[in-house]
Write a protein that binds this ligand. Structure first.
Ligand code: ATP
Ligand code: MG
Length: 556
């Protein structure tokens, strides 16, 4: 965005650091996804922030897969994450994996054991939790806390060699069992996990915990500003403690508020449930808040980047309105989407004074909003057209600037027509609207002198193609499904997908380009779905033209 804005608090910190010559003015950030799911719009916020900071201060950003949890991680996720970041428009400097540092981390752990700052504990998870105390009561040492460094080194090596089953032992940092910060009460550093890892295979059966892996990875890479979300504030003293005790590069952690959006859920665990239990068709279902879902729905990378910029970087959590995301989307698509015509609920319009069997080719601009023009396409016109049922009324009220007996309207990119008759079926439904057209009123060379208030879209019956159209509504019926009573899935909106099987579209849409936005005039923004084939075209509605929801709220 070109709007001037003041610095966010992280930019202020970075500018201070640069001024004081810290890290020789170097800025290196990282984006550290765990490859246990697809990225969502919350991750986009983190991506835009981390990559954006580096771009602004001439720095770089590493992509680091935080893959220390073998059970849930998968290369499918790694591939999707790489694709999503590229699609958003960012290039990382190095692609790295926490698992690349397993040897180094193991050596770090040995160092801390050697210094008497870590010990192997045979207690069960329950025993450890019970001995941790409460925020108001100090913890008590477990029997193994006083083991010698030699013994600990020996046991830790045996853990690594696979001598013990899962859960039999852990490695803990020896810090302070009375600390008011529970994270400092001898936190776990390593656990035993006999599991296959997506990169290291069966090389390891002990894996470092997040708190030991993350800061050490930052430090190994010499990350200058390690930006994470607020829930890691209480972890920061531990982040700093490990770095100080190991005397390694002093990366610094900064926290900002995570992005929450209304009417959806954002945790990967919950999104995975929606996928596994078939509430959606996959991670890239167009109703999902995932980047792949938004992409398939028709969101543009620019609209997502603008959204992330516009919501700013906060220090307090809040919930952002989905309508703001849509606003950013419409703002971009209005400039970039090509205009086309499609009739979703058709009735026939017959022009009785247009030569029967004749057709002509009219011209329609791709996008009248585009600054330097954006080309045009050919639109076939004939005596029989499809128009929307709602554009005709038998007894039209005063301000109905569309069709009804005696009413005139302009057909988009074509002529002015005037209705003189109509037909109904036995159920009273209008089937045909009969009009005459004014030959001199052709768009672009109108010499008729007639002016009309309304313009409607149409598709020539003999030239129309058909497509399936998928209309989406919000996936949940409540603003914050996660905070409601019971299972969040109880609040899924059963009407979130509506399919219209045979919509009439202008023939040019058979050449629709995947990934491109189209504005179906008066009907919304659409894009080709990945299910689309030349035999069966499928379009997703990305968004309506106006915020239907905001209008709804105003009415009530
Ligand atoms: P989830 O809770 O959805 O599973 P996560 O935090 O476990 O997400 P990670 O893969 O660990 O997911 O996240 C990678 C980075 O993205 C982290 O730095 C994390 O703080 C950030 N991130 C995750 N969710 C959000 C969010 N909603 N808003 C901003 N940043 C986020
Ligand atoms: Mg995480």
């Amino acid at each position: 965005m070109s709007e001037e804005r003041s610095l966010n608090f992280i930019e202020e910190i970075i500018e201070d650091d640069i001024r004081s010559g810290k890290n020789d003015g170097r800025v290196l950030t990282r984006f550290p996804p765990e490859p246990n799911g697809y990225l969502h719009i919350g991750h986009a916020k983190s991506i835009c922030l981390n990559f954006g900071l580096a771009q602004k201060y001439n720095g770089k950003t590493n992509l680091r897969f935080d893959d220390t949890n073998p059970a849930t991680e998968d290369t499918e996720y790694v591939d999707s994450i790489r694709q999503d970041i590229h699609w958003l428009g960012f290039e990382w400097d190095k692609e790295l994996y926490s698992s690349d540092y397993f040897d180094q981390m193991y050596a770090f752990a040995q160092m801390l054991i050697g210094k008497g700052l870590a010990y192997v504990d045979d207690s069960t998870a329950e025993e450890i939790a019970a001995a941790k105390g409460t925020p108001t009561e100090p913890g008590t040492p477990t029997p193994n806390r006083s083991r010698s460094a030699e013994e600990n080194l020996q046991l830790f090596q045996e853990m690594k060699e696979g001598k013990y089953p899962d859960g039999a032992k852990v490695l803990r940092a020896k810090i302070d069992l009375a600390s008011p910060n529970m994270h400092m009460r001898d936190p776990l550093m390593y656990r035993i996990r006999h599991a296959h890892h997506h990169r290291t295979g069966n090389d390891w059966c002990i894996y470092p915990m997040y708190d030991f892996a993350h800061g050490q990875s930052d430090s190994i890479e010499k990350i200058t500003h390690s930006v994470c979300t607020l829930e890691f504030i209480p972890h920061r003293p531990l982040y700093e403690w490990f770095i100080e005790q190991l005397e390694i590069f002093p990366s610094k952690q900064y926290e900002f508020a995570r992005l929450n959006l209304n009417y959806t859920v954002m945790s990967k665990r919950k999104l995975l449930q929606l996928v596994n239990e078939n509430h959606v068709t996959g991670w890239d279902d167009p109703r999902m808040p995932t980047i792949s879902g938004l992409r398939r729905r028709g969101f543009t990378p620019l609209s997502i980047r603008n959204f992330c910029e516009r919501i700013g970087v906060a220090k307090r959590e809040n919930i952002i309105e989905y309508s703001l995301l849509e606003f950013c989307l419409r703002e971009d698509l209005n400039k970039s989407a090509w205009r086309r015509m499609a009739v979703l609920d058709p009735i026939k319009l017959i022009i009785t004074n247009y030569p029967e069997g004749k057709s002509e080719i009219l011209n329609g601009e791709n996008n009248p909003e585009a600054e330097d023009g954006d080309g045009s396409r050919e639109i076939p016109f004939s005596a029989e057209l499809w128009i929307e049922r709602e554009d005709f009324m038998e007894e039209a009220p005063k301000k109905f600037f569309r069709l009804g007996p005696g009413l005139s309207v302009r057909l988009k990119n074509a002529y002015i027509v005037k209705c003189h008759d109509f037909r109904k079926d036995e159920n009273g439904n209008v089937t045909e609207v009969h009009c005459t057209y004014i030959p001199e009123s052709k768009s672009g060379s109108d010499t008729s002198g007639v002016s009309v208030k309304g313009t409607i879209h149409w598709v020539s019956v003999g030239h129309a193609k058909t497509a399936e159209i998928r209309l989406y509504d919000r996936l949940f019926q409540v603003e914050d499904p996660s905070s409601e009573e019971g299972d969040f899935k109880n609040y899924i909106n059963p009407q979130s997908l509506k399919i219209i099987p045979n919509v009439f579209i202008e023939p040019d849409l058979t050449h629709a380009i995947p990934g491109k936005g189209y504005q179906f005039i008066r009907k919304g923004y659409f894009t080709l779905d990945t299910d689309s084939t030349p035999e069966k075209l499928v379009f997703n509605r990305t968004a309506t033209l106006k915020d239907a929801w905001a209008k709804e709220v105003k009415k009530n």
